[in-house]
Design a protein around this ligand. Sequence first.
Ligand code: DAH
Length: 365
Amino acid sequence: MNPVTLVDLRASFEEELRAAIAAGNVQPVRDRYLGRKDGVVTRLLKDVASAPQEERRERGAAANDFKKYVEEHVAEAAEVVREAAQRALSQRERVDVTLPGRLPALGHRHPLTLVRDRMEAIFTRMGFAIVEGPEVEDEWHCFDALNMPAEHPARDMQDTLYLASPMPGEAWTPAGPRPDDERRADLRTMLRTHTSSIQIRYMQAHKPPIRIVAPGRVYRRDDLDLTHTPMFSQMEGLVVGEAVSLTDLKGTLLAFARDMFGAKSRLRFRPSFFPYTEPSAEVDISCWACDGAGCQMCKRSGWLEILGCGMVHPAVFEAVGYDPERYTGFAWGIGIERVAILRYQVDDIRLFFENDLRFLEQFPY
Ligand code: DAH
């Protein structure tokens, strides 16, 4: 092979190498020129051995130069291709750290749950246990045992949601002794109208001393309006012991009010009537919005009505088999929605049950 063909060879090698770089793979060119068996360069070197003696030196040197040239350029091209691939990869995987983060939507507790949890925490700190009772009740636990005689207006179909079926089996929690079967046969069942029925069930199953709060849903035949819903929730409180007094009742409720509504809160006890307590009282709390001065919130009175309470009536103790000579106690019932309404200044009770996120998202804690 003469030097002219070597020049041609170099030219076509360069062209093929450029194409290989553009295609991103120099291996085929490397194989074609440097392949051990019949690469172009390998053959070139073999040809030198069979050339006439006088040409060998020159052709050998030229072939070796070309080999070196090919090796260097293939290596260089491979590096160029590798770097280009690297650049393309990092371009594809580039992270834009300046983009704003995407926040996941976090759920949170319903405002009524927040209030109930807070109330439970306050009473738990005062040593109260938290108990529950069934929402489907019988008349005895909801009315009779609470000293509400058959002719009591609260038992009326107008107020109470009675159920068609008689009392189901023994599915109650907490379980307690029940009125005897004969009497039970003609008991009507109903959705409980207040959590006071839990007092009865708990006393049937436990001996004094007792210190419980019992949260739960209650049901009444009310139409929906700003202040009424057919379902709402209450928290019942009951303390029974050997020397429990009205002073204890006042102190307990005041401690609760100050924790829930602020340290400056005052309470006002107004004489009232409930069949299951004697004496009975309705309790107002000093308006926390105006501190009692009178504002729109308290309708200028300085007071907000918050709960009913009293000393447990001896007839209630008799119904559950406690000795009314030995034990005294106090009880109260407080509306959880009512506390939430006062606490958050909500003017429509229905908002708590409509699940409108625009409302619920205002109570993130
Ligand atoms: N049960 C009453 C109601 O639903 C609230 C109540 C008043 C509960 C006085 C009591 C109490 O335990 O002593 O309106």
